[in-house]
Design a binder for this molecule. Structure first.
Ligand code: ADP
Ligand code: ADP
Length: 235
């Protein structure tokens, strides 16, 4: 099954076309990257995947986890790390624990809101990303790398099958970026989470990912995987 299947996707903002018949598929279990120049339409594509932009019959089709987007209602299966994810917590005094817990679907009848089982899931995912010792800390007091790990925990707390990340490490230093990629890779390899990640960081691609898709002129093409040691130019 394909976790993501995009066919003939088009999108314009007013008269400005951004996507122009894009096709792409990400089989379940794969780690796929999406690259492309600034303004190529990567964030637009991600917003369409998440149902945040309108999709009519004329825009082509999107399938998520084998279901048409219009009929898709298993959003707990999709984890999302947005670009500039910290922006929503600016001037908002939320603790690490609260942020992760707020994203947990409450399964009526299974968990009582704020109950023990919920807390366990929150602590479990925080320890998986190495942030359990900081659970009571305000997120604004953490380093950039630590904040990213909290946003990753927030995305993973429902144990999603698909993880979508939009330039998750912009503004994070090299060491923390590598650490962050290792974490994502672990969730991909050990838990079978399908990953679709927008990135500018070309150096990480050949080592981390199974597939690289490039968005250019409104269409997507698969980029032949580069071998290590070859020249990595800027994107
Ligand atoms: P990327 O994520 O690849 O940098 P975006 O999807 O953000 O690209 O943007 C694609 C194009 O659409 C850009 O030219 C951008 O200026 C334009 N754009 C993005 N959002 C809007 C919007 N809300 N209204 C109008 N144009 C937009
Ligand atoms: P599923 O993920 O089982 O296909 P949906 O996401 O459509 O189902 O959700 C159905 C109901 O079950 C929703 O009310 C949602 O709150 C709950 N739910 C589904 N998955 C989870 C999960 N991993 N954690 C908590 N609640 C969930």
């Amino acid at each position: 099954m394909n976790a993501i299947e995009i066919k003939g996707l088009t999108f314009s903002y007013g008269n400005t076309p951004v996507l122009n018949g894009a096709d792409c598929c990400v089989p379940e279990g794969r780690f796929a990257a999406l690259i492309g120049a600034n303004g190529a339409g990567k964030s637009t594509l991600i917003k369409m995947l998440l149902g945040e932009l309108p999709l009519t019959g004329e825009n082509g089709t999107i399938g998520l986890m084998g279901r048409e987007l219009k009929l898709f209602d298993s959003w707990s299966q999709v984890g999302y790390v947005p670009q500039n994810g910290m922006a929503s917590y600016k001037d908002f005094p939320a603790s690490v624990e609260e942020i992760v817990q707020a994203n947990l679907y409450s399964r009526i009848g299974l968990f009582r809101f704020g109950g023990k089982k919920e807390k366990e899931l929150v602590h479990q995912v925080l320890s998986q990303v190495g942030m359990e010792p900081f659970q009571k800390r305000l997120i604004g007091k953490l380093s950039g790398g630590q904040q990213q790990r909290v946003l990753l925990a927030r995305a993973l707390v429902n144990q999603p099958k698909l993880l979508i990340l939009d330039e998750p490490t912009s503004g994070v230093d090299k060491e923390n970026t590598e650490e962050f990629y290792r974490l994502i890779k672990k969730f991909n390899r050990e838990d079978g989470v399908t990953v679709f990640m927008v990135t500018h960081d070309r150096n990480c691609l050949s080592e981390l990912t199974d597939d690289v898709w490039q968005l250019q002129d409104g269409v997507m093409k698969r980029v032949i995987e580069e071998r290590k040691g070859e020249n990595h130019g800027d994107i």
